[in-house]
Design a protein around this ligand. Structure first.
Ligand SMILES: [Zn+2]
Length: 483
C-alpha cells in the first residue's frame, strides 16, 4: 500500500493540472482507479487536525489534535504546533519544535495511528515526513544541532516512537540513505532537510526496495505556496509534485507495475480558499464588550474574559466562567468575515449564521449520505441543509453535522468555534495572517479534498482513510490464509 498525502492541494487545482496535461502521473492513477473530487476534510480543516484524522480515522474531538494551536485549560496555556515562520519565532523555535515533533504524537494524540493498528495485524509501516507517525518502534534523534539541545533536557526527547521505517530529513532516519546530512541541515529555523525533494527520494527508495507493506509519503510544499502566492502558483507546484510521484512510480518499475504491486491512494488533507485582496483579516483581538487575549502567551489573567486562538479560517474561543456566551456570539456573527459560530449546549450542537440558528445531535431524524441520522431543531438553512423526506443533503458545508460534532465534542475546541466567510481569515496565533489563500473553515471551498485510489475503494472522507486501509490489509491477510 502506498499512501501519498499532498498537503492543501485544492481538488480544482489538480483537476485543471490534469486537464492541461501537467500532472500525467496523478492522471494515470485517476484513470486506472477511482477519482473523487469532493471528498471531505475534518473541521477545523487544518493540517494537524486533518493529518491526525487521516492517520487515525478519528475526527479532532477523538484524535485530540484540533488545530495548529489550542488552549490547554489544565496547563493554562496555549499549545502551538506551529504553522507560519513568524509563529515559530514568536513562540520560540524549540518550544514549537518540541510541541510539533514530540508532544503532539506522544501526549496529545488520543487515538491509535495506522502504524500502531497495522502493527497489531503484523503489518510494518514506513513514514516519510508525515507529522502523525506514532508507532511501535523507537527512533533516536540523528541531528547534531538537536542533540546539543537534548543535553539541556528541558524540552526535547532523545527519541520518538514511530513506524518501523521512519524518515524526517536530518532529524530521523531508520537507515543511512545518503539523502540526509550536513547539506540540508542549518539549524532549527530551516527545514533541516525536511522537504518534498527528500520525500520523493526516500519514497522512491522504499518502493524500489519494497521495504514495507504500508508506505506513507507526505508532500507539504503545495500548502505554503498557496498561502503565500495563491492557487495559480499551487498549480505550477502540482506539476512539480506530479514529477515526485512519477519518480516513486519509476522506482517501482513504472506506473503500470506499481499499480499492480501496490494499492495506491493519493489525497489532500484539506482545500484552500483564496483570500480577498483587502479586508480579509478578521481581528479577534477586538470583540465588543470583552477583554480578549490572543497569542502564544494568551491566558486568563488581568481581567481577560476571552482567550482567542485563531486557526486560519477557523477560530477557537475560550470563555472565562460567567461570560455571557450569547452576547459574544451575537456580536461575532454580525461581524464581516465571520460566517458562523458553533458551540455545544446541553448535549446539542448549535450553529448560528447571521440570524438563523439550528440545533442538532445524533438521533432520530433525517439521514445524511453517510448513513447517520440527526435530530434537528430550528432553521436548517443556518447550515444550508436540505431535507427531503428522510434524506438530509448538504449545500455549502459538506458533511457539516458530523464534522461539527467531531469538533465541538472536545473541550480542547473551546466554548465557541468560528468559521470564516469565503475570502476571510482569522489569521495565526502570532497575530499575523496569510495573504493569498487560507483554510480551516467548514465551507466547501477549503473543506473539499481529492482522493485518487487504485486497488482499493476511494474513501469519501479523510476520516474514512484509516478504516479503509485497515480493511484492505485485513482482507488481504484473510485471502492469503484461504489460499
Ligand atoms: Zn496550510
Amino acid at each position: 500500500m502506498l499512501l501519498l498525502v499532498l498537503d492543501g492541494i485544492k481538488p480544482d487545482v489538480l483537476r485543471a493540472a490534469i486537464r492541461e496535461g501537467e500532472a500525467p502521473n496523478l492522471a494515470a492513477l485517476a484513470v486506472a482507479g477511482e477519482a473523487v473530487w469532493n471528498a471531505v476534510s475534518v473541521f477545523p480543516s487544518i493540517t494537524p487536525a486533518a493529518t491526525a484524522a487521516i492517520a487515525t480515522g478519528e475526527a479532532p474531538a477523538w484524535s485530540g489534535i484540533v488545530g495548529h494551536a489550542w488552549y490547554d485549560a489544565v496547563e493554562r496555556r496555549v499549545v502551538v504546533y506551529g504553522a507560519m515562520t513568524e509563529t515559530v519565532i514568536s513562540t520560540g523555535p524549540i518550544k514549537v519544535f518540541h510541541n510539533n515533533v514530540w508532544r503532539m504524537n506522544r501526549d496529545d494524540l488520543h487515538a491509535a495511528t495506522l502504524f500502531e493498528s497495522l502493527h497489531d495485524h503484523g503489518v510494518d509501516g514506513a513514514c516519510v515526513n508525515f507529522p502523525i507517525r506514532r508507532g511501535p518502534h523507537t527512533h533516536p534523534v540523528r541531528m547534531k544541532t538537536i542533540e546539543s539541545y537534548l543535553k539541556s533536557g528541558r524540552y526535547l526527547g532523545a527519541s520518538v516512537e514511530g513506524p518501523k521505517e521512519y524518515y524526517m530529513g536530518d532529524l530521523f532516519y531508520s537507515r543511512q540513505t545518503g539523502f540526509s546530512g550536513r547539506k540540508g541541515s542549518g539549524g532549527l529555523r530551516r527545514s533541516v532537510g525536511i522537504n518534498d525533494e527528500y520525500a520523493a527520494r526516500i519514497g522512491a527508495m522504499l518502493v524500489k526496495e519494497k521495504v514495507a507493506p504500508f508506505n506513507l509519503v507526505y508532500f507539504f510544499k503545495g500548502d505554503s505556496i498557496a498561502h503565500h502566492k495563491g492557487l495559480e502558483a499551487q498549480r505550477r507546484y502540482v506539476a512539480q509534485a506530479d514529477g515526485y510521484v512519477g519518480r516513486i512510480f519509476e522506482a517501482g518499475g513504472g506506473v503500470g507495475r506499481v499499480l499492480e504491486d501496490y494499492a495506491v491512494l493519493a489525497l489532500s488533507d484539506h482545500g484552500h480558499d483564496p483570500l480577498l485582496p483587502r479586508g480579509r483579516y478578521v481581528d479577534l483581538r477586538r470583540i465588543r464588550g470583552e477583554k480578549v487575549a490572543l497569542g502564544a502567551k494568551a491566558r486568563f489573567s488581568n481581567g481577560t474574559t476571552v482567550v482567542a486562538v485563531p486557526n486560519g479560517r477557523s477560530a477557537l474561543l475560550y470563555l472565562r466562567d460567567g461570560v455571557d456566551r450569547e452576547a459574544v456570539v451575537e456580536t461575532l456573527v454580525l461581524r464581516r468575515g465571520v460566517d458562523l459560530a458553533a458551540w455545544l449546549d446541553g448535549g446539542w450542537g448549535v450553529v448560528r449564521r447571521i440570524s438563523r440558528e439550528v440545533r442538532f445531535r445524533p438521533g432520530d431524524g433525517p439521514r445524511d449520505a453517510f448513513g447517520r441520522s440527526w435530530e434537528l431543531e430550528g432553521d436548517p438553512r443556518a447550515l444550508d441543509l436540505r431535507i427531503k423526506d428522510d434524506a438530509l443533503r448538504y449545500g455549502d458545508y459538506p458533511d457539516a453535522l458530523e464534522r461539527l460534532w467531531g469538533c465541538l465534542y472536545s473541550t480542547r475546541c473551546g466554548d465557541v468555534i468560528l468559521s470564516a466567510s469565503p475570502g476571510h481569515t482569522f489569521g495565526e496565533i502570532s497575530g499575523g495572517f496569510h495573504t493569498a489563500s487560507d483554510h480551516g473553515s467548514l465551507h466547501a471551498s477549503d473543506s473539499e479534498v481529492f482522493m485518487l485510489a487504485s486497488g482499493m475503494p476511494a474513501p469519501r472522507r479523510i476520516t474514512d482513510v484509516a478504516p479503509t486501509l485497515l480493511r484492505h490489509f485485513v482482507a488481504e491477510s484473510v485471502e492469503k490464509h484461504v489460499v
